[in-house]
Design a protein. Structure first.
Lengths: 151, 198
């Protein structure tokens, strides 16, 4: 029978939050949104570098290629989402799903390439400016991945 | 999750946060979000070695970590912290996690973290969770293998048909009441004992 000990540790964070002064929550959130906006250019550059790195992994034949691609696409998923690039984030998430599901049997290089192409297309100036074009890229990606999964 | 009152005030001007994430850009942005909340000191690390070194020597008021760092070493880092017996072993921990492999779901639950926040991270969600963690009323549990906040948000006893694994779990159903309920006066008398003159 498991012997269990329950206790209530003291939490300094709670005491600090309740101290007088500080800032309004609305102001805190506005400052945080501004901080994300200020790092947008650096963020987009980092995403482009990660897409290029996935493309590099995809060309390699290393045993841990899937793992590397998974890690990079997971970072793109999170960072694009934070910058409200929903479609790009979706594609990266899709790639994560694909890579995590196929760790043991290996993932088709064509499926990875389709995702890389979709991410590149979504980062193009034309797609950045047009929601319809971004949707079309997503639809095409879903169509291609469905076709590849049947082969 | 309850919405937060935008006019309420928070004071994090004396707080410090330990932030660990394998992505440099993610580290930068989350640190800036925390600074936006008024946190003056954010200790940032993009590797577990340095994070563990920090945890052995220092402490912070909150630990925010992406557990996927170094192929899931973040989960082990939290388990090690909780079992360390150091004064910072009970510090609040928020996992910020992107895509989670199925195999890692149980690791996240059993790591001893207070809460998991899904990436992509929105400032409002991070602040909600930070406030929630600060006000969390769940006790800490130490049952040998697991040390961390009680993983049960509601306590409704062991599952039906199971004896329960804890020494204090009741071994049999309580059954229905054998006597009538106490009246409100009787309850009051127990809660507020008053002096009587005999």
């Amino acid at each position: 029978m498991t012997k269990v000990r329950f206790f209530f540790p003291e939490l300094r964070l709670k005491q600090l939050l309740e101290e007088p002064g500080g800032i309004k929550i609305a102001d805190a959130l506005m400052r945080a949104d501004d901080a994300i906006e200020a790092s947008r250019d650096a963020g987009l550059q980092a995403i482009d570098e990660k897409i290029a790195a996935i493309a590099g992994c995809e060309r390699e034949d290393a045993a841990d290629t899937n793992n590397k691609c998974y890690k990079l696409s997971n970072e793109i998923y999170a960072e694009a989402g934070m910058m409200r690039l929903a479609e790009l984030s979706d594609v990266a998430h899709n790639l994560c799903e694909l890579l995590s599901a196929g760790v043991s049997e290996g993932v088709s290089k064509r499926a990875i390439k389709v995702h890389i192409d979709a991410m590149r297309a979504l980062r193009s100036p034309a797609a950045s400016a047009s929601r319809d074009l971004r949707r079309a890229v997503l639809e095409e990606l879903h169509r291609l991945t469905a076709r590849l999964s049947h082969h | 999750m309850a919405t937060i009152d935008p006019d309420a005030r928070i004071n994090l001007t004396k707080a410090s946060v330990l932030l660990v994430d394998g992505s440099q850009h993610s580290l930068d942005v989350i640190a800036q979000i925390l600074k936006g909340f008024g946190v003056p000191t954010v200790h940032r690390y993009d590797n577990i070695l340095e994070a563990n070194k920090f945890l052995r020597q220092r402490t912070a008021d909150l630990f925010v970590i992406d557990p996927s760092i170094e192929d899931g070493a973040g989960y082990d880092c939290i388990v090690e912290l909780r079992h360390s017996g150091r004064p910072n072993a009970t510090m609040p921990v928020i996992l910020v996690s992107g895509h989670v492999r199925k195999a890692d779901v149980a690791r996240a639950r059993d790591s001893g973290a207070n809460f998991v926040v899904a990436k992509p991270l929105a400032p409002v969600v991070l602040l909600q969770r930070l406030l929630w963690v600060a006000k969390d009323k769940r006790p800490f549990v130490d049952c040998g293998d697991y040390i961390g906040p009680d993983r049960r948000f509601k306590f409704e006893g062991p599952p039906a048909g199971s004896e329960g694994r804890r020494a204090e779990d009741l071994k049999a159903p309580l059954g229905s009441a054998s006597e009538p309920n106490l009246s409100q006066e009787e309850v009051d008398a127990m809660m507020k004992p008053q002096r009587v003159i005999i």
